[in-house]
Structures are given as structure tokens and as C-alpha cells.
Design a protein around this ligand. Structure first.
Ligand code: NAG
Ligand code: NAG
Ligand code: NAG
Ligand code: NAG
Ligand code: NAG
Ligand code: NAG
Ligand code: NAG
Ligand code: NAG
Ligand code: CU
Length: 735
């Protein structure tokens, strides 16, 4: 029993960061079990610390958000709002309330000086379908908390597209109220062809509330190109847990321009790669027997579930628990949970959270000196659709883990000439801040690893259901067949990040160090004549630009301080090191991403920091590929970036070459992309000499005497007594 209790306790300790919680009660019981293992420090909370300053980036409180809600609904403010629960698309209603990011120009005098903390503002999105010219309009409300000084104004300055915070109705985010408005038309069309869909696809659609309905409509984006029109290209799938993998070959194209649903109409129906402008055209082809499905979709999609499949057999020793990551001896990081502030091995940073961006990091310092002012995700896009992470699904967790390799290792003086040898090895570990964001059909796993040597690694992984297509023999150019009736459609995943570097202060430059080949002569090699040599060619980027990693990695990019040098007179900096799969968008002129996603089209970009250029994107750009609300391309207006406050934008992502192994879900081992920021002469030497988690082994060749130094850092011993094991390992399903 004890063995099982141990495992349970260890698993409970390890689980918060690797697994979803299957059920809150199980979770509570497991924590109780883990709570008994105090002796090992396994379940001790992280030590606390007081943040140097109140977090100026923190999200507004739930109380303030509720007060803002009441404020905008009050008749005095005059917005004529309907409660969202009762609203239709032709009413005015609040879509969301969130925190407006505080201006850097207002934060620096506070965080670095003695100015008071800047005022907080809320950002409120109101869908104004009840206006004569219906729009979506963003507002800023503040200062908070609400008092006599609070006012509401249009939030225009974070959008540079020309219409500020306004988005035309047609391009407004396609929410449930808009779907509801076009539902009667969809229902009538689908009822008219129910006999056809029943025979061809074993499916009928009479509306979502009708108990005969057995196929599910889905609407890809964009729904508009420039806001002057709106359409829905509705696809259908078999419902169920694996619905994304069970598409059927039926697409209904509706024109849904404007708020008057009586004017909506059918543009056509697509099946068998053929377009039928009217129901009558479809019926004619059907009656002529031209529409048989070659590879019908399977109703039973158990093959698409991420569960144990006994029919696949067993692997030897797989009945044993896999290794778990645990923090034996107590946590080595400190938290100020109220201020969302973290300290770890010389690192310190604040965190914030936004509905549209997920987790954000601010004032990231190493040994007291600022490296980054801000690090945050800007967009998670797929080739055919850009969408935003949804806050509701994010689970944040922090833990330290073994790096899986030593930070450094070397054996020296092994030869008998010296009579002795030394072997040294330094433990590698990193603090991971990890968040999982479910964005539609994918679970993106974001990992920010703060390594003990001062480097910061950002990794993103994608797992989940493919947006698949019905399979056709003659469409293999879009991807392979991956199930009976399913094709894995090729696509790109691109995740855009903002890295506002401040190498100690805001006066920085972007240094490019190219490896160039030059022909040289060297007097002591007369026989070689002129011969090729490598040289470093170091330059500073002069103006704002988008750029890509040099082929063969033959250039190093570093953000350096304009003025600060280390002990050796070298400019202090941090280097950008490509990791795995540093891709950008493949198609640069697709009508679905033509102008609203310029930031996806290069691996890197550098711009000058401005309070009004906070974001690479606007969350409503998705339906405005031809007339973006916010246009990243406009950032590049020739401003200098040498000796300036600069921002680096970078993309991580994957070209998703789909495969049978994407069933049931895409695997994190392969769908991964990363980047590392590493000190480049930021320090005077490697940041390891002050770490005691190391071994120093000296051997004397003559005497054979061996000295072993562990600096007093040893495996903690502890005794665990558990009253009653309450959980079986099998009750934990990791996700
Ligand atoms: C919605 O409308 C109903 C009927 O008019 C009303 O009773 C209810 O209070 C409204 N709900 C909200 C949240 O205003
Ligand atoms: C208020 O909004 C409703 C739609 O919800 C609209 O019918 C009405 O005309 C609006 N009233 C004013 C004064 O604008
Ligand atoms: C479906 O709904 C109809 C009408 O409400 C009802 O008469 C029928 O019993 C329902 N059938 C099933 C299988 O629930
Ligand atoms: C591909 O196959 C479909 C279904 O068999 C057929 O309708 C379509 O014309 C074919 N397309 C091409 C380009 O051959
Ligand atoms: C070096 O010299 C070789 C032989 O003369 C020539 O082909 C080559 O282009 C030169 N390379 C550079 C980088 O100048
Ligand atoms: C060094 O880079 C600069 C700027 O790109 C370029 O003009 C120059 O020719 C390069 N020098 C060598 C030796 O490649
Ligand atoms: C850089 O340092 C020099 C010497 O201390 C100083 O004169 C100069 O103003 C500094 N430049 C900037 C941009 O801070
Ligand atoms: C932030 O900066 C922008 C651009 O300068 C300005 O328009 C805006 O009013 C500032 N926000 C606050 C809350 O002061
Ligand atoms: Cu994918």
C-alpha cells in the first residue's frame, strides 16, 4: 500500500503542470494526500516575497469590471444597451470588458522612479447593431475605480487602420447572435434538400434545436473581406467529441450582408468539388446519380478519441509509472501571488493576463537588471483563420524542472603529465511558466523557461484535432488521407510574440553579426596565396524592418545596449537564437490574410516602441483582410532603431504537414517551435560559478585518491506516512 501512496503523492505533486484536472473532488483529495508529505517539501507552497512595487500591469479587479459593466449600462451614459441575454444582432450590447494595457511611458516613471502608479482603464467592446450605421465600437473607461473623475471615450489610439475602435457590422466578430439571424435561411435550405443529404451523407439538418438534426454546421473565418459584405461558408460535420475529424462533403454558402435577415440569400452549395448556384441545380445532379460519395465519413468516431486503445496491444514494462518531475526539498522560487510577481535564481518578473493575449510578462530582470520590459503573445493564427486564445480555457502553472542535461560539464587534466584530473558538472534546471490555451480545435502549450544561466527559452507546442476535410482521391496535393473519409488538410500555424527588450535601459540597438567569407593572404602562408577565411561583419540595423533568419544560421542577432559595456568593454546584450521550426506564413498573398496579418509574413521584425503601437494585431482583424482595423505594415514608416527604445516581434510556428499520426490528435513532440534569448556579453562571465548544485571531483593519478565535493547540496531524505491512500493512479488521466 505504501508504494501506491508514494506514487499517488508524487503524482499529485507533479500533476498540476502536466495534466488537466479530471474532477475537482479528486483533485482536492489528491492534494490532501500530497499535504501529508511535508517532510520532503513536496507539497510546501513556494516561499513568499513582497514585490518591489504594486503591479501596474495587473488586470483590473472583478469588482472594477462589474462596476464598469454597470457604468456603461447606466442610462446617464446613454449607450442604449440591451442585456446580452436578451439582445439580438440589431441591439446594442456589451461583448466584453477587459483591461486596457497601461502605457509604457506612464509605467517607467513609476517602476523606475518615484511617480505614483498610473491610472487603470477598462477596455469595453460594444456591439452596436442598434445604431443607424451598425458597428462594433471599443471604448476606454477610467480612471478606475469608478468615481466622479471616470469617463468613457472611444478607444481609437491602439488601432491605426483609419477607423479607430470602430469595425463595420459586416466584419464584426461572428457571434451567436449573428448566427441566429441567418439560421432560418440555413434551416429552410437544408430542409429542402433533406432527402439528398440523408442519402448522400446519412445526415439531415432542421436547425440546432430539432431532435431530427444529426449533422453540425460550422463557420470558418473570415466572414468578410473589407466590411462591405458578409458571407458564411458553412461546412458540416458529424457531431460528437471528435467532430473536427468527421467532416462531410457539404458546404452551404450564404450571403449575410447587413442586419436585415430578410435580405440574406443562398450563394450556392458545394459538394464533390462542384458548385451548384441553386438547390435545383444540386437536385438535378443528384437525380442524375453524379454525387455519390467515394469515401463516406464514419458515423462512429471512436478512432478520434484520445483514450487508451486496447486493440493496439501492449508494450513491455508499460505497466510501470513513467518518470515524474517533482521539486524535492522545497520549491526554489518565490511568489507574490497578489502582485503576480516571481523571483527565481536571480530572475524576477511580473505577470499579467489578458482575455485577448493570454499571459504576459513584464519587467523581466536578471540579477536586478532589466532584460525585457514586456514579453507577450500577440496572435495564434492558422493559415485560413486567425483567432485569439480564449482566456476561459487557460490554466497557468509554475514549476522548476531538470533541464535534462547539465548546464556545463568538463573533465580536464586527465593526462598523467599533470598527475591529477578534475571533473566538474553543474546542474541544469529552469523555472517553467506554462499555460495551455484551447483555441478552437487546438490546445496550444506555451512554455516560458527561465534557465539558471540567464537564458530564456520560449516554446510553443500544438496538439489537438485537425481542421480536416472530406477525402478525395484527386486532392492529395492538399494533404494525405488519414482515415476512411478524412483528409488531413495542410496548414500553417503561426504564433506572433512581442519582445520589448530593454537591455538595462531603453537605449538599445539591434546588432547583426554576419559570418562572411573573405579572401585573405597571410605572410606566413606564402604557399596558400589568397585563401578563404571566415570573418565577423558587425553592423547595426538602422531602420524599422521585417526580416528573416539568415540561411545556415550565418548571422547573429543581438539586442545590445547603446552605451553600457561589460568589464571587457563589449556592449552588453541579449542574443536571439532560433530554436526549432522558426517559420513564418508560407502564402503572402492569400485573400484570407492579405493585409491584416503582415506580422505573420516574416520570422522577425524590429520597430521603435510607441504607446500607440502596443499590439501587432487587432482581435477583430480576422474579418478585415482587405481593410484591417489595425495594420502592422504601418509600423514600418522609416523610423530609426539605432540607440532607441526598440521592440522585437517574432513568430513561432509549424508548417503542419499532416499525417496519419495526427489521428486522434496532433502530437506535441513534432508540432513544436521555440526561440532562446541568451546573454551576449551581458555579463562578464558565465552565470554558473555562483551555483552550488554542482559536483567537483578531483583525482590524484599517483595515489588514486579521489575528492568529491558536493557543496553540501544533497538529496533530501524524508519519511512519508500516509494515513490512507485515497487515489489510484489510474484515476488520473493526463491530457
Ligand atoms: C430579459 O427580458 C426579460 C423579459 O422582458 C426580463 O424579464 C429580464 O429581466 C431581461 N433580462 C435582463 C438580464 O435584463
Ligand atoms: C435603442 O436601441 C434599440 C435597439 O435595441 C433601438 O431600436 C432604438 O431605436 C434605440 N434607441 C435610440 C434612442 O437610439
Ligand atoms: C422529437 O420531438 C418531437 C416534437 O417535439 C417529439 O414529438 C418526439 O417525441 C421527439 N423525438 C425524440 C426521439 O425525442
Ligand atoms: C475530383 O473528384 C471529384 C469527385 O470524384 C470530381 O467531382 C472532380 O471533378 C475531380 N476533380 C478533378 C480536378 O479531377
Ligand atoms: C575568393 O577568391 C576566389 C578565387 O579567386 C574567387 O572565386 C572568390 O569569388 C573569392 N571570394 C570572395 C568572397 O571574394
Ligand atoms: C558588411 O556588411 C555591410 C552591410 O551589410 C556590407 O555593406 C559590407 O559589404 C559587408 N562586408 C563584408 C566584408 O562582407
Ligand atoms: C553614453 O555615455 C556617454 C559617456 O558616459 C555619455 O556622454 C552619453 O550621453 C551617453 N549616451 C547616451 C545615449 O546615454
Ligand atoms: C496612452 O498613450 C496614447 C498614445 O500616446 C494616448 O492617446 C492615451 O491617451 C494614453 N492613455 C492613457 C490612459 O493616458
Ligand atoms: Cu495543425
Amino acid at each position: 500500500m505504501l508504494a501506491e501512496s508514494w506514487l499517488t503523492a508524487l503524482l499529485a505533486a507533479a500533476i498540476p503542470c502536466v495534466a488537466a484536472r479530471p474532477d475537482p473532488d479528486l483533485w482536492r483529495r489528491a492534494m490532501t494526500v500530497a499535504g501529508d508529505t511535508k517532510a520532503c517539501g513536496l507539497s510546501d507552497p513556494a516561499p513568499t516575497v513582497k514585490a518591489p512595487k504594486t503591479n501596474p500591469w495587473a488586470p483590473i479587479s472583478p469588482e472594477d469590471a462589474a462596476a464598469v459593466w454597470d457604468y456603461v449600462h447606466s442610462p446617464d451614459v446613454g449607450l442604449n444597451l440591451t442585456a446580452p441575454a436578451n439582445a439580438t444582432q440589431t441591439d446594442n450590447y456589451v461583448y466584453f470588458v477587459e483591461t486596457l494595457q497601461t502605457n509604457k511611458s506612464q509605467v517607467l516613471p513609476y517602476i523606475d522612479g518615484d511617480r505614483p502608479i498610473p491610472d487603470k482603464y477598462a477596455r469595453v467592446v460594444i456591439f452596436e447593431g442598434g445604431k443607424e450605421v451598425p458597428v462594433s465600437q471599443e471604448y476606454m473607461v477610467g480612471p478606475l475605480p469608478i468615481d466622479s473623475k471616470t469617463s468613457i471615450q472611444k478607444l481609437d489610439y491602439i488601432f491605426n487602420g483609419g477607423s479607430g475602435g470602430a469595425v463595420p457590422y459586416n466584419a464584426r466578430y461572428y457571434d451567436g447572435k449573428r448566427s441566429a439571424a441567418s439560421e432560418p435561411l440555413l434551416k429552410s435550405i437544408m430542409a429542402e434538400i433533406a432527402d439528398i443529404t440523408l442519402e448522400l451523407f446519412d445526415g439531415v439538418y432542421y436547425g440546432s434545436g430539432d431532435n431530427r438534426t444529426n449533422i453540425t454546421p460550422g463557420s470558418p473565418t473570415p466572414v468578410s473581406f473589407d466590411g462591405t459584405q458578409a458571407y458564411r461558408n458553412i461546412m458540416f460535420r458529424y457531431p460528437g467529441l471528435a467532430t473536427y475529424l468527421a467532416p462531410i462533403d457539404l458546404f452551404v454558402l450564404l450571403d449575410v450582408t447587413g442586419t436585415d435577415a430578410s435580405k440574406y440569400f443562398l450563394k450556392g452549395i458545394v459538394t464533390n468539388s462542384r458548385f451548384f448556384p441553386t438547390v435545383a441545380d444540386l437536385r438535378k445532379a443528384y437525380e442524375a446519380g453524379e454525387l455519390k460519395s467515394e469515401f463516406p465519413q464514419t458515423r462512429n468516431t471512436d478512432w478520434g478519441l484520445l483514450n487508451y486503445k486496447p486493440e493496439m496491444g501492449v508494450r513491455d514494462l508499460e505497466d510501470r509509472l513513467a518518470p515524474q518531475s517533482i521539486e524535492l526539498g522545497g520549491k526554489r522560487y518565490k511568489l507574490d501571488t497578489e502582485q503576480q510577481y516571481v523571483e527565481f535564481m536571480g530572475w524576477s518578473f511580473y505577470m499579467s493576463f489578458s482575455r485577448t493575449l493570454g499571459i504576459q510578462f513584464f519587467d523581466i530582470r536578471f540579477k536586478g537588471e532589466r532584460v525585457l520590459y514586456e514579453l507577450s503573445l500577440q496572435e495564434a493564427a492558422a493559415q485560413y483563420a486567425g483567432y485569439q486564445p480564449k482566456a476561459a480555457n487557460t490554466a497557468l502553472c509554475i514549476f522548476e524542472a531538470d533541464s535534462g542535461y547539465p548546464l556545463a560539464r568538463h573533465r580536464t587534466g586527465a593526462s598523467n603529465d599533470y598527475g591529477f584530473s578534475r571533473l566538474a558538472s553543474v546542474k541544469g534546471s529552469a523555472l517553467h511558466t506554462r499555460a495551455v490555451a484551447t483555441v478552437g480545435n487546438y490546445d496550444y502549450l506555451f512554455d516560458y523557461a527561465f534557465h539558471v544561466d540567464g537564458s530564456l527559452e520560449i516554446t510553443v507546442r500544438a496538439s489537438g484535432y485537425l481542421q480536416s476535410s472530406p477525402y478525395y482521391k484527386n486532392q492529395s496535393r492538399f494533404g494525405p488521407r488519414i482515415q476512411q473519409g478524412t483528409q488531413g488538410s495542410y496548414h500553417d500555424h503561426i504564433l506572433t510574440f512581442k519582445a520589448d527588450f530593454d537591455i538595462v535601459d531603453t537605449q538599445n540597438s539591434l546588432q547583426v553579426t554576419e559570418l562572411v567569407t573573405v579572401n585573405q593572404t597571410q605572410p606566413w602562408y606564402p604557399e596558400l596565396g589568397s585563401f578563404a577565411q571566415m570573418e565577423l561583419n558587425t553592423t547595426l540595423m538602422q531602420t524599422e524592418q521585417q526580416f528573416n533568419w539568415a540561411p545556415n544560421g550565418q548571422a547573429m542577432y543581438s539586442v545590445i545596449s547603446s552605451n553600457l559595456t561589460n568589464a571587457w568593454g563589449e556592449k552588453r546584450g541579449y542574443r536571439l537564437i532560433p530554436g526549432r521550426s522558426n517559420i513564418h506564413l508560407s502564402v503572402h498573398d492569400s485573400p484570407w490574410s492579405r493585409k491584416q496579418s503582415t506580422f505573420l509574413k516574416s520570422s522577425l521584425a524590429v520597430t521603435r516602441q510607441h504607446d500607440a503601437e502596443v499590439f501587432a494585431n487587432s482581435w477583430q482583424n480576422i474579418n478585415l483582410p482587405e481593410a484591417p482595423q489595425h495594420d502592422f505594415a504601418k509600423f514600418f514608416d522609416g523610423e530609426g532603431v539605432d540607440d532607441e527604445d526598440l521592440v522585437v516581434w517574432f513568430n513561432l510556428g509549424m508548417h503542419h504537414f499532416t499525417r496519419a499520426e495526427d489521428i486522434p490528435v496532433t502530437l506535441y513532440t513534432e508540432a513544436v517551435s521555440s526561440i532562446v534569448f541568451a546573454p551576449q556579453n551581458f555579463n562578464d562571465r558565465a552565470q554558473e560559478g555562483d551555483l552550488r548544485n554542482r559536483r567537483w571531483i578531483a583525482t590524484d593519478a599517483k595515489t588514486g585518491k579521489l575528492e568529491y565535493e558536493d557543496y553540501g547540496i544533497a538529496l533530501p531524505t524524508c519519511k512519508v506516512e500516509l494515513e490512507e491512500p485515497t487515489l489510484k493512479i489510474s484515476e488520473w488521466t493526463t491530457v
